[in-house]
Design a protein. Structure first.
Length: 252
């Protein structure tokens, strides 16, 4: 069943027009003249607490909307290694269930899913990887880490110190989180097509919407979005990591 879900995610993603051609290298620069920053927003942790993103002031951040049962979920395995190579960077992960319902776990299940299922192999988030509460998915926030740990990626995966997994939230539609409304306003879309309406669970659909799980935003040390990456622009993280040094070397 899990293999089928992963296969289905990949087929849905790559058969749509939005998922072809330069999908492994596609990104867009953001509008740096916007006055607001991500420090203006609060998010929910997996335990239901409110957390201000101003706590990450002065850090380069990589923001990712994630899902447990997606072909891109294997990217989790690269998170800790990338963060360990880049001590000035933190990763903020936001589980979301709006893309073919591929994050069904509750918030309290998500880490176990990553550790024991996919990517598995006892994966846990490092110190620089932060996984927040869901924006919108059927699982509770308190289930999400268990899902990551025991389900997918599984194998006791846990986030490292730089990997922060937050509670679930909605990245698109009428109830999109204000953080994602800001990110999409600041950064142009990486594709002119969204996907098959049958597997997109939000309304209304807009051209600026996040196109699928594992789309990424790179944030500078002033809290400004700088680069928006297509979900498949990864290559074990190298496609994103090559943009880190410019931001790390900038003066605040």
């Amino acid at each position: 069943m899990l293999r089928f879900l992963a296969f289905l995610c990949t087929v849905i993603a790559f058969t749509d027009g939005a998922m072809r051609d330069d999908t492994e290298t596609r990104y867009k620069k953001c509008n740096e003249s916007v006055k607001s920053t991500i420090y203006d927003f609060e998010v929910e942790t997996l335990t239901g607490e409110r957390k201000s993103l101003s706590e990450f002031r002065g850090k380069v951040l990589l923001i990712v909307n994630v899902a447990t049962f997606c072909g891109y979920t294997e990217q989790y395995k690269d998170f800790n290694a990338i963060m360990e190579r880049n001590p000035g960077v933190e990763l903020l992960a936001f589980p979301c269930d709006q893309f073919h319902l591929q994050e069904p776990a509750r918030n309290d299940e998500i880490l176990n899913g990553l550790k024991y299922v996919r990517p598995g192999g006892n994966w846990t988030p490092g110190k620089q990887v932060h996984i927040f509460g869901q924006l919108q998915e059927p699982a509770r926030n308190d289930e999400i880490l268990n899902g990551l740990k025991y389900v997918r990626p599984g194998g006791n995966w846990t986030p490292g110190k730089q990997v922060h997994i937050f509670g679930k939230l909605e990245v698109n539609g009428e109830h999109e989180h204000p953080l994602y409304a800001f990110l999409k306003y600041t950064c142009p879309p990486t594709s002119d097509k969204i996907g098959n309406r049958d597997v997109l669970f939000w309304d209304p659909i807009k051209g600026s919407d996040v196109v699928w799980n594992f789309e990424k935003y790179l944030i500078d040390k002033r809290g400004r979005p700088r680069v928006r990456f297509f979900p498949g622009t990864w290559n074990n993280g190298k496609r994103v990591e090559e943009h880190f040094n410019e931001l790390l070397n900038e003066k605040i």
